[in-house]
Design a protein around this ligand. Structure first.
Ligand SMILES: [Mg+2]
Length: 400
């Protein structure tokens, strides 16, 4: 029997959960974000297809969304409700006799041995629908990259298979941004080198790209364009890479001393959270969003990993001191990054950050696929032979 990787992704998950609870909203533009009041500050967590048609998407300020779409229904974020539905979905997937790697609230990789992945995928979707009344799309691939991208072509509520056999037929003439792991920034840089499409990138010289993007990333990009990727579905428990606190202020903070005071306060809240976290913080990152909507971050690596509130407060203050802008501030955040766990980190999405990011489009600005092991392995294949020392040899399983 053949080994397949399936990517199961709920269709417009949060909006769909809300419509289930409020059936009268079906077919209307629904925007979920903040506390549901579009006159207040906050960002859109998710928007229904009807809202997206009017240019309302996740990450947009709520007030802008209200301007674009004054008739939309605005709802508060109800994390607990989404978590509960998410748990049900993951239980359904786990009960299907396959390996399940949770990728976010509404998506997971499923590793399965079967002769008919379409039938298996359709059966999964049916069971998810029976348990939750929600639709999902299933992408089928020979590795995670292919499965993940396949989902974009199957939406909504479909099944799509993307393998080495149809990779270039489906993706070859598409922009490099169609690849999971390539965002606008990298795509722009590639375009500057005359590399516009997936086919262009697949044919590019790994060494030339290494010179531009670095010895790990350059060759990795080429292999990405050739459809290579990690095929190992890992069901070890999800481990968040970090934990953060952030606050949007209803009125801009104008004085920098007040910004400092607020960062100290938020760092204190973070330290309280960390008291129940077994891993010490490695690095503290401060995020400042200046008005109207310009976000910057600066981080400080701790001399030794720590959960000590005083150490965290000092590091947050030091990180803040690296900001040179003195414009009014609308949001502040402090985040702790933990020591590496057993899981690969490169491909992880923090649950707290996950807000339907790639819904409804192919690829998008997801985090790179694969972690160190995968990147290193790819580099090895490309012959660049760097950074292989940390490869946990023998723990790696690749399909291609
Ligand atoms: Mg989804």
């Amino acid at each position: 029997m053949a080994r397949w990787v399936l990517h199961v992704d709920l269709d417009q998950f949060i909006a769909a959960v809300e419509v289930l609870r409020h059936p009268e909203l079906r077919g209307r533009p629904v925007v979920v974000g903040g506390d549901g009041d579009p006159t207040k500050r906050g960002v859109v967590s998710t928007a229904s297809y009807e809202a997206r048609e009017h240019g309302v998407h996740s990450g947009l300020p709520l007030r802008t969304a209200a301007k674009r779409l004054p008739d939309a229904v605005f709802l508060p974020v109800d994390r607990a409700a989404y978590e509960e539905v998410s748990e049900t979905v993951m239980e359904v997937l786990r009960s299907a006799g396959a390996v399940v790697e949770v990728l976010g609230w509404d998506e997971a990789f499923v590793g399965v041995d079967t002769e008919d992945p379409e039938a298996f995928g359709r059966s999964l979707a049916r069971q998810v629908k029976e348990a939750t009344q929600l639709d999902c799309t299933v992408g089928i691939g020979e590795n995670k990259l292919q499965a993940k991208i396949a989902t974009g072509f199957g939406k909504p509520a479909g099944v799509f298979r993307l393998t080495f056999a149809n990779w270039f037929e489906v993706l070859g003439s598409r922009p490099t941004e169609a690849l999971w792991g390539i965002g606008a920034k990298t795509a722009g840089k590639l375009a500057g080198l005359g590399i516009g499409t997936v086919s262009d990138l697949a044919a590019a010289d790994p060494d030339a790209l290494a010179a531009v993007f670095g010895p790990m990333t350059g060759p990795w990009l080429v292999l990405l364009a050739r459809g290579r990727g990690d095929a190992e579905v890992d069901d070890s428990p999800y481990v968040a890479r970090g934990h953060g606190r952030e606050e949007t202020f209803q009125r801009n903070i104008a004085g920098w001393s007040q910004v400092e005071a607020e960062v100290a306060r938020i760092a204190g809240l973070l330290a309280l959270d960390l008291a129940s976290e077994p891993r010490p913080a490695l690095r503290i990152v401060v995020k400042v969003r200046y008005a109207p909507f310009i976000t910057e971050t600066h981080g400080v690596t701790l001399a030794t990993p720590s959960s000590d509130p005083a150490v965290i407060a000092r590091a947050a203050a030091e990180a803040l001191s690296r900001f040179t802008g003195r414009r009014p501030v609308r949001l502040l955040g402090v985040r702790a990054q933990f020591e590496r766990g057993a899981r690969l980190e490169g491909a992880r999405l923090d649950r707290t950050l996950h807000a339907d990011l790639a819904e409804g489009r192919v690829g998008g600005q997801r985090l790179p696929l694969g972690g160190d092991r995968e990147t290193a392995a790819l580099v090895q294949q490309a012959g660049a032979g760097v950074g292989l020392g940390h490869l946990p040899v023998g723990h790696r399983r690749r399909a291609h």
